[in-house]
Design a protein around this ligand. Structure first.
Ligand code: ADP
Length: 159
């Protein structure tokens, strides 16, 4: 049984890691599934996002990191996924998560969505905020692992 935590992870943040840690209290193995979506204006390419997440998670023996190129429901069917993990921050996440879960359930009702609530200190943390701050040299040290902070600096120096 595969348990997945899907998302864009552009880039992976301490908020994502908080949700992952919580899910590992419940499940033995979790796959971080990085979407190859093109609808979002991502800063990092799918390959870069994959590499960064792999590097950050290299010491987590029971966590796999993968890219996916299809609709999430198709991946779920193909890999016999039983649980999809998502994170909840402020109230604003609820509507979007509810809509996604309901839409996916309509197409495939063979799995369950599970939501973990983040730590208070990450309640306003998002990849977008991290990118905005990093673009103007703001302090993001408590928001992302140091490796990600370095990658963001490199990226914005290149632009
Ligand atoms: P997506 O584009 O699918 O929303 P993200 O990478 O932005 O991908 O987020 C993936 C999941 O992680 C979502 O369920 C999101 O709500 C959750 N998440 C992101 N940041 C945080 C955070 N700071 N605390 C808790 N959950 C978070």
């Amino acid at each position: 049984m595969e348990v997945i935590y899907p998302g864009t992870f552009d880039p992976i943040t301490n908020g994502h890691l908080d949700i992952l840690e919580r899910s590992l209290k419940v499940f033995d193995n979790v796959t971080i599934l990085i979407s190859n979506n093109t609808s979002k204006n991502n800063l990092f390419t799918p390959k870069e996002r994959l590499k960064m997440a792999k590097d950050v998670l290299k010491d987590y023996k029971n966590v796999k990191v993968k890219l996916y190129n299809e609709l999430l429901v198709d991946y779920i069917k193909k890999h016999n996924v039983k649980v999809v993990i998502r994170g909840l921050r402020a109230v604003s996440d609820f509507e979007y998560e509810f809509q996604m879960a309901m839409t996916n359930r309509r197409m495939n009702s063979d799995y369950e969505s599970m939501f973990f609530i983040t730590d208070m200190k990450y309640i306003y943390l998002s990849s977008s905020i991290v990118k905005e701050l990093a673009a103007f040299n703001g302090d993001i040290s408590f928001m992302v692992p140091s490796l990600i902070e370095k990658k963001l600096k490199e990226k914005f120096n290149d632009i």
